[in-house]
Design a protein around this ligand. Structure first.
Ligand code: GLV
Ligand code: MN
Ligand code: MN
Length: 395
């Protein structure tokens, strides 16, 4: 499975992946998923929101046990964030069959569309739509960096954007959703455990900061006469780091756009995207508020107008305690850990009992081509997922 996935959306110059929603690389990932389902004789379906499902047993029977993850990536992402969960799901199903396990409930594997939000800026679009956490009009209006709307992108990929929307009937058929994911920190690396169970996801969000200044000549405009948004932006980045550190939170400006983007021109506009996360919503709101205040105050000194727009927000997720405890029991006392990363499992947890398994990541690096996991640990993840599926669906 890894061999087939390896070349899809790979950027040869960085060895990272660029698998963005509704692009040819995305279509290749989807074709791969479908082929995996059909090779195994699973019933394949794609829902109205572009999420893919592979069913063992009757999809309409209810109380299904579903596993899976996503196949899309961040810009120059690693091989594991997303695909490890999908590959492990198919491998765990093979393992269950090899064990001769007899599911008493329907089992399914899912691939949720556009989890990373790399193209349209909003994460987990597929699961948010299905769970009714993203309005249809709001989704249609999302635009990528070239101004292409989500609706246009879907249409060009051969999908019907008018059909998207909440899918409560489908979610109501799910009794439990378990997502396996590569760990995105080093909590397990410090332990003897290759697999852990998630406790919670930190609340997190994305904010766009627009710094409006005035374009002018870099060689002739006196420093005192400038309205340079780059200065305000730079100070805001430093303020974000400091406010986050003081609050025990995280704040990252990882994406920036500059207009006109000329070497010898003072910028007219700098647009920076803040990703911020914290252990609780109060802290998150306080940190983002302080960063905004710092930006506005600095803007007054620089003659720069600052506008802040919240582009997405995901509240804290506490995974279902009963299911979490059941997983810990099935895995003979696997460690329980929180994460700062967002996941479809977090979105779905509002509609369905959900849980997550994390596979040890020796470096903790993620959202980078250097993301990795040892083969033995990946295999331990497959065994753990098979144990969980057997425990939940076969007794
Ligand atoms: C998804 O990986 C996120 O946490 O941004
Ligand atoms: Mn990710
Ligand atoms: Mn992921």
């Amino acid at each position: 499975m890894w061999r087939d996935l390896l070349p899809i959306g790979r950027n040869a110059s960085t060895n990272g992946y660029r698998r963005y929603a509704w692009t040819p690389a995305d279509a290749d990932c989807r074709a791969w998923f479908r082929a995996q389902a059909e090779t195994r004789g699973l019933a394949y379906e794609e829902d109205r929101n572009g999420n893919q499902w592979a069913w063992l047993g009757d999809p309409t029977a209810g109380d299904a046990v579903v596993t899976g993850s996503h196949l899309d990536s961040v810009p120059d992402g690693g091989a594991f964030d997303g695909p490890l969960g999908v590959v492990s799901s198919f491998a765990a199903l093979d393992e269950l069959r090899a064990r001769g396990a007899r599911p008493a409930k329907p089992l399914a594997i899912a691939n949720f569309g556009d989890e990373e939000g790399a193209r349209f800026g909003l994460a987990c679009v597929g699961s948010r739509l299905s769970a009714g956490q993203l309005g249809v009009e709001q989704a249609h209006a999302l635009r990528d960096g070239d101004g292409v709307s989500l609706a246009q992108a879907m249409e060009r990929a051969g999908y019907d954007p008018e059909a998207i929307g909440p899918d409560p009937e489908r979610l109501a058929r799910i009794g439990a959703f378990v997502e396996l994911h590569v760990e995105q920190g080093r909590a397990l690396a410090e332990t003897v455990h290759p697999v852990g169970v998630a406790s919670a996801i930190w609340p997190h969000g994305r904010w766009r900061f627009d710094f409006h200044g005035e374009a002018n000549h870099a060689g002739t405009t006196r420093l005192d006469d400038r309205r340079d948004p780059m200065l305000t932006y730079a100070n805001t980045v430093l303020a974000a780091r400091k406010k986050a550190r003081l609050a025990g939170a995280l704040a990252t400006f990882g994406k920036v756009g500059v207009e006109p983007n000329g070497v010898n021109a003072i910028a007219s506009l700098v647009r920076g995207w803040l990703d911020s996360r914290a252990p609780d919503e109060e802290t998150l709101a306080a940190v983002v508020g302080e960063i905004e205040r710092a930006a506005v105050e600095r803007g007054l000194r620089d003659g720069v107008d600052v506008k802040v727009t919240r582009e997405s927000f995901t509240p804290v997720v506490e995974f279902a305690h009963g299911l979490r405890d059941e997983l810990v029991r099935l895995l003979s006392g696997a460690p329980v850990l929180p994460t700062g990363a967002g996941h479809d499992a977090g979105i779905l947890s509002a509609s369905v009992p959900t849980a997550m398994l994390f596979v040890r990541n020796p470096t903790g690096v993620s959202h980078s081509p250097a993301e990795t996991a040892a083969e033995d640990d990946c295999l331990a993840g497959v065994t753990a997922l098979a144990d969980v599926l057997e425990g939940l669906a076969c007794r």
